[in-house]
Design a protein. Structure first.
Length: 245
């Protein structure tokens, strides 16, 4: 349980769901950790313990990324691991989208993470690992997911391009792309656990179940660890086979 022992890590969007579970795994693997979010801050502090810093930060605001980088520099000096997990999932049919809604999704899912990497670049150690939370929606044509899917596709493209650009600095960039994962997200999408809608949805998944957040967190630990030293520009798809259909 010490694969990340002594490594300094930042997880964005780490106060709920996949991000919080990833923070638990990182903590248990020995990482020194800062977690960001915009909600559930006190709950995350209680669950993660006093040794983990939980701070409020708006993932879609470029100036907030610079402020966050300054905080990281003051606390850690340098950073070994960056997990870009903060994101928003908003589903609408094409005719219901407006410019403000599109900008909000892209600001949180792409623009903010892009400028956070830029702001943290001088602080990234050699070697360092960047882990991006992608989505299988970037690969499948799910109705009503046009903007969300496009924003995640943009991040997966960034994984490829920055892998080539940053590897000479010792920075590895990889992605974990979840499929349907049992988190509070599906309650907000009108598909609570054990509802008929959720049960019907599982029939579209070859594994016939939702994944759990721990399965994604374990993949993030691997990509962040020295075990993945030769893993560069890769995407681990964890979706119960859904994207193979």
């Amino acid at each position: 349980m010490d694969r990340l022992k002594g490594k300094r890590a930042l997880i964005t969007g780490g106060t709920s769901g996949i991000g919080l579970e990833t923070a638990r795994h990182f903590r248990d693997e020995g990482a020194r950790l800062i977690v960001t979010g915009v909600g559930n801050l006190e709950t995350a502090r209680k669950e993660l313990g006093a040794e983990i810093s939980v701070v409020s930060s708006d993932a879609g605001n470029p100036s907030a990324q610079r402020d966050l980088a300054l905080s990281i520099q003051q606390k850690f000096g340098t950073l070994d691991i960056l997990v870009l997990n903060a994101g928003i999932v908003e589903m609408r049919p094409l005719e219901k989208w407006d410019e403000a809604g599109l900008d909000r999704s892209f600001n949180i899912n792409f623009k903010g993470p892009f400028f956070l990497i830029q702001a943290l670049l001088p602080l990234l150690a050699n070697p360092a690992s960047v882990v991006v939370t992608g989505s299988i929606n970037a690969h499948i044509g799910m109705p009503n997911s046009s903007v969300y899917s496009a924003s995640k596709a943009a991040m997966l493209s960034l994984v490829k391009t920055l892998s080539g650009e940053l590897i000479s600095r010792g920075v590895r960039v990889n992605a974990v792309s979840p499929g349907p994962i049992d988190t509070p997200l599906y309650d907000r999408l009108g598909m609570p656990k054990n509802s008929q809608a959720a049960l019907d949805f599982t029939q579209q998944i070859p594994a016939r179940r939702f994944g759990n957040a721990s399965e994604i967190a374990q993949a993030a630990v691997f990509l962040a660890s020295d075990e993945a030293a030769f893993t560069v520009g890769s995407e681990l798809v964890i979706d119960g086979g859904m994207s193979t259909l």
